[in-house]
Structures are given as structure tokens and as C-alpha cells.
Design a protein around this ligand. Structure first.
Ligand SMILES: NC(=O)c1ccc[n+]([C@@H]2O[C@H](COP(=O)([O-])OP(=O)(O)OC[C@H]3O[C@@H](n4cnc5c(N)ncnc54)[C@H](OP(=O)(O)O)[C@@H]3O)[C@@H](O)[C@H]2O)c1
Length: 278
């Protein structure tokens, strides 16, 4: 598995992981979701992204079942709701997440999006959780340029270990400013909805490149993202064949002409845009 180094240390994390949005919502399907996550782990996609929001804790329970007995293999990411992100609320939310996940620590804990709680208070809450050994790192999600600037100016703000944002071929706005800003500071960008929740796979331009190479369309979409460090890609797949296809994206190197063809179909930004969210 290709890895990327987190800032401020020499810890490495896989550049391709597993998303879990939508898991744990239909109880009858938990067994299938656990199997999909376990297959992903077997194939080396050992970064697992979840959140207290997904299925209102249901996704974390599914992840807990999938990682049971193999916690040490996994780089575990979860997220706190903005309305919980106070000093006491963050600690309580983290405790609930740990219980559902069946573990004593998170590797990365993210503020899911910017809310009304002062950022400085959330940073303090994260720092306290770190001191207590409940989380190893913290980061943010859905933070645009202004939010990152504000964060960086706060005491302890530069401890942020990642920013998880919407990024895929049809959502390239961050290439104008946020991605270079993060790259300069060695802050990994976690690309969520890398397949635009499946909708990207219906785009003809992408299908054409895939057909010519004899690979799955999803593979091309993910390989394109994987070629843009410092990006960590977290597709969600409940279908076992999708999990395998997604893993295979790491083995696909897109040629210069193919990248140019994709640029023509999915134009890069030519001005600053507000950060998009799903
Ligand atoms: N921080 C945030 O605000 C935020 C927001 C959204 C998402 N996320 C995170 O990012 C993860 C990924 O994003 P996402 O779930 O929104 O969307 P996504 O990963 O872009 O797409 C998931 C959809 O694509 C399908 N799919 C996956 N691999 C495929 C393949 N090889 N071929 C065809 N279809 C495939 C899945 O179907 P099957 O399940 O049937 O395989 C599912 O319907 C989430 O699960 C979550 O962990 C974070």
C-alpha cells in the first residue's frame, strides 16, 4: 500500500482508505458491510473513515464489528458533530464513538464541519483528548480557505493533521487555492465522495478512458485523485467487487494524454470558488 506521512512526525497512513457513509442504516445489511470493510482491510486499505453522524452511530457500530480483533492494523478516523464540539461535548461524543467502535483510541478525530462553537474551544477539547490518550491526532473537515486561515492563527491550530473535503473530477475547486495551501503546509487532504457518490461513473469521458484501458470506470476516477498528493482517497463500497476495483486504482498510472483528456472533460478551476459540500 502506498502511504503518506502525516505532518509533525514520521507516522505513515495509507493513501487509499474506506468510507462508511450510509453503513449501519439498514440493519439487515450489516453483515454485508462488515464483509466489505474486512475485504478492504485484507487488501491493505486500512484507513477507515467514519463519523458519529453516519446512521446516528450505526456506521461506527458496523466499523466496530469489522475491526474487532484487528484494531492495530487500522488507522481509525471518526468525526464529531459541530454542535457537540464544545469542551465537554467533544469528550462525551468521543467516549460514545469509542464505545460503538469497541476501541480505546481514535487515530484521527475530525470536526465534521464548522459550527457555532468557537474553534479555540474545540482545539482545546481535542488537545485534552490527546493528552488523555483517547485520540492520537485531530483535524477538520469541510474547512475552506478562510476557515483554515483562522485555524492556523489560533494557539495549537497548526497541530491540525488533515482537512477532509469534497474532491473529485467534477469538483475541482480546491485546486485553485486550498489544495496548494495544504500542500505547502504538508496537511493531507482527505478527498471525500471521490466518485461523487457514484454519479461520476455515468460521465462518458471517464468511461471512454476506462474502456480503452480495459479497467473499471471507478478505477480511473480514483487513480486520477491518487496522482495528486497529498491526497488521501476514501471511497465507500458495500459491494465486494467494488472494493476490489477500488483497490486496483493504486495499480493504474494514467498517461499524460489521458490526464489531458480528463482536463478537457472536467476543467480545472480558473478562479477561486467557495468550498463545495455534500
Ligand atoms: N466529511 C464529510 O462531510 C463527508 C461527506 C461525504 C462523505 N464523507 C466520507 O467519504 C466517504 C466516501 O464518500 P461517499 O460515500 O459520499 O461517496 P463515494 O465514495 O464517492 O461513492 C459511494 C458510492 O459509489 C459506489 N461505488 C463504490 N465503488 C464503486 C465501484 N468500484 N464501481 C461502481 N460503484 C462504486 C458505492 O456503491 P456500493 O456501496 O454499492 O459499492 C456507493 O453507492 C464516505 O463514505 C464518508 O466516509 C465525508
Amino acid at each position: 500500500m502506498r502511504c503518506l506521512r502525516l505532518p509533525g512526525g514520521d507516522e505513515e497512513v495509507p493513501v487509499l482508505g474506506l468510507g462508511t457513509w450510509g453503513m449501519g442504516e439498514a440493519r439487515g445489511r450489516d453483515i454485508d458491510m462488515v464483509a466489505a470493510l474486512r475485504l478492504g482491510l485484507d487488501l491493505g486499505m486500512t484507513l477507515v473513515d467514519t463519523a458519529e453522524m453516519y446512521g446516528e452511530g450505526g456506521a461506527e457500530e458496523v466499523v466496530g464489528k469489522a475491526i474487532a480483533g484487528r484494531r492495530d492494523e487500522v488507522f481509525l478516523v471518526s468525526k464529531v458533530y459541530p454542535h457537540n464540539a464544545t469542551r465537554r461535548g467533544t469528550a462525551a461524543a468521543c467516549e460514545r464513538s469509542l464505545k460503538r467502535l469497541g476501541t480505546d483510541r481514535l487515530d484521527l478525530y475530525l470536526l465534521h464541519w464548522r459550527g457555532d462553537v468557537p474553534l479555540a474551544e474545540t482545539i482545546e477539547a481535542f488537545a485534552a483528548l490527546r493528552r488523555d490518550g483517547k485520540i492520537r491526532r485531530w483535524g477538520v473537515s469541510n474547512f475552506g480557505m478562510a476557515d483554515m486561515g483562522e485555524l492556523w492563527a489560533l494557539p495549537g491550530g497548526t497541530e491540525c493533521a488533515a482537512n477532509q473535503v469534497l474532491y473529485n473530477l467534477s469538483r475541482r475547486g480546491i485546486e485553485w487555492d486550498l489544495l496548494p495551501w495544504c500542500r505547502e503546509r504538508r496537511v493531507p487532504v482527505m478527498a471525500y465522495s471521490p466518485l461523487e457518490q457514484g454519479r461520476l461513473l455515468r460521465q462518458r469521458a471517464l468511461g471512454k478512458v476506462a474502456a480503452r484501458r480495459g479497467v473499471a470506470t471507478a478505477q480511473v476516477a480514483l487513480a486520477w485523485l491518487l496522482a495528486r498528493p497529498p491526497v488521501i482517497v476514501i471511497p465507500k463500497a458495500g459491494d465486494l467487487s467494488h472494493v476490489r476495483e477500488n483497490r486496483a486504482a493504486l495499480d493504474l498510472a494514467l498517461a499524460h494524454e489521458e490526464l489531458a483528456e480528463l482536463d478537457r472533460a472536467f476543467a480545472p478551476p480558473n478562479h477561486a470558488k467557495p468550498l463545495e459540500m455534500l
